[in-house]
Ligand binder design. Structure first.
Ligand SMILES: [Fe+2]
Length: 256
């Protein structure tokens, strides 16, 4: 599907296992298996890690088993990895709950390596990168997709989060998750007229209704990003998943 010399990328985020939308996840996997991209980037919050939250459990939600959540996350990563050349996981604030829990409790310090997503999701993988959420080297955590685009979990949840990302990405294009909304802000690159710089949020693959739901409508959407990365420029699409199907830029329908 991609022209010669261009690479294909898929990006998704905010699966929040065990609160994933299973049919949506299935559609995304089928897209990956059809497109067979060079690169798949998970933009974080693959796991909800609700068991390690400082917030009390959501009323009425059954307690879930973290080991089962890890298992499901690894099954998903295995499937995606089989469909792509390189898999990248940019850690989200929910995976980072494990680090905060470990820092705060003796129990957490003892069990950290047995539970931490950065260890338990990376085990045995090759052609795989894991980008930690907390800054370990004084730099902001990100994955450089190429010289023009960076991937981050999300620097803002504000109403105009995507625009805000563009303002702080210092001339780079940026893709992000975290907001569960799909949004794009595209401007001309003033340094390279005719080219664009863009920020794009990828929606989510979790159930598009918050657990903390108060009955108010939210703008969450099930979607993902498909990108064609050229030598000098990139084209990114945000693809919504509606009615258990999505339509790729070439018109192909992928359904669950
Ligand atoms: Fe997040």
């Amino acid at each position: 599907m991609a022209k010669a010399h261009s690479k294909t990328m898929l990006a998704f985020g905010d699966v929040h296992i065990p609160h994933q939308n299973r049919r949506t996840v299935e559609i995304f996997c089928r897209v990956a298996e059809r497109v067979r991209p060079e690169l798949i980037v998970c933009l974080g919050d693959l796991l909800d890690c609700g068991q390690f939250s400082v917030h009390p459990p959501t009323h009425g939600m059954p307690e879930t088993n973290y080991h089962e959540d890890l298992r499901q996350a690894n099954v998903l990563l295995d499937r995606l990895q089989a469909a792509c050349g390189r898999l990248v996981l940019v850690e989200g604030n929910h995976e980072y709950r494990l680090d905060r829990w470990a820092a705060a409790t003796a129990e957490g310090r003892g069990a950290y390596s047995m539970l931490a997503p950065r260890m338990q999701l990376a085990k045995g993988r090759t052609r795989f990168s894991y980008v930690r959420y907390g800054s370990v080297d004084g730099r902001y955590p990100h994955y450089a997709i190429n010289s023009r685009i960076i991937a981050v979990h999300g620097w803002s949840y504000a109403r105009h989060a995507t625009k805000n990302h563009l303002q702080i990405s210092q001339g780079k294009s940026v893709i992000h998750g975290h907001t569960h909304r799909a949004d794009a802000s595209i401007i001309q690159n003033i340094w390279l007229p005719g080219r664009v710089i863009q920020a794009r949020s990828c929606g989510c693959l979790c159930n598009p209704i918050p657990l903390y739901g108060t009955g108010r409508p939210v703008e969450w959407i099930n979607a993902f990003i498909l990108g064609y990365l050229g030598r000098r420029s990139d084209t990114l699409y945000t693809i919504p998943i509606m009615d258990n199907r999505c339509i790729l830029p070439d018109g192909t329908e992928v359904a669950a």
